[in-house]
Design a protein around this ligand. Structure first.
Ligand code: 6PG
Length: 236
């Protein structure tokens, strides 16, 4: 079942609600803030809003560090597209060394291992301590098949409960390119997960989740709060 959801009029309202929560997270504590970004197309509005005149000044860019929940890898044109989505929106607002993309220059397994090492270096340990989150905020999307990040229904990576990052040789939905994905334990290690879900195409997976179907997105539950921001088209 969906933990807690808010239905907003349209994709702009969903992006705005997410931006306001992200600003609140950034202001809630001093020091560095780690945000894990989702990919696909839904977050484009949010990223543009954050970099736009209304929110740009509200964000402490010098304290923000941006990570990725998953990435398309391999040697096709899709490789690195989630990184490009953020880079194109944020541009030089992100100080050097504050964007932490998933590498795409090795084999999927090597890229996954490299990113796990990067996350462990950021965290300062290779085991998650329940009293200390890995991220301050995790953004996730919902695929029409019920996947999230690159954890697809029926694929073994969705059941990985030890590694922080896995290679996903076969995506369960287009683009059918190899992926690298954070696992559910790593995505959960945060006080707040925000799912951004918009459009009528997401009505079906939301209905499957509401009916209690066992889907990877339904298992993405933050240590703290998991909030689903839906627009009316998706909520139905
Ligand atoms: C990816 C994403 C993926 C995405 C969903 C929804 O790399 O594709 O991380 O999990 O969030 O597939 O994608 P849309 O936002 O494009 O519908």
């Amino acid at each position: 079942m969906i933990a807690h959801h808010e239905v907003l009029p349209d994709p702009d309202a969903v992006a705005r609600a997410a931006a306001e929560r992200l600003v609140a997270v950034a202001r809630a504590k001093p020091g560095r803030i780690g945000i894990c970004l989702s990919g696909g197309s839904t977050p484009k509005l949010l990223y543009r809003l954050l970099a736009g005149p209304e929110f740009r000044e509200a964000l402490p860019w010098e304290r923000l560090h941006w990570f990725f929940g998953d990435e398309r890898v391999g040697d096709g044109p899709e490789a690195g597209s989630n990184r490009r989505l953020a880079q194109d929106a944020f541009g030089d607002l992100v100080p050097p060394g504050h964007l932490h993309p998933i590498p795409t220059d090795g084999t999927p397994q090597a890229d996954a291992e490299a990113y796990a090492a990067k996350l462990q270096a950021w965290y300062g340990a290779d085991r998650l301590d329940p009293g200390r989150p890995l991220f301050d905020l995790v953004l996730l999307g919902l695929g029409e098949d019920g996947h999230t990040a690159s954890l697809f229904p029926g694929k073994p990576e969705a059941r990985e409960d030890r590694a922080w990052v896995v290679a996903v040789p076969e995506a369960g939905l287009a683009p059918f390119v190899p992926r690298v994905s954070l696992t559910l334990p790593a995505l959960a290690a945060t006080p707040l997960i925000l799912f951004l879900v918009t459009g009528a195409g997401k009505r079906a997976p939301l209905a499957r989740l509401a009916a209690g179907e066992d889907l990877p997105s339904g298992h993405a539950k933050a240590w703290g709060e998991t909030v689903w921001l839906l627009d009316e088209a998706a909520a139905g």
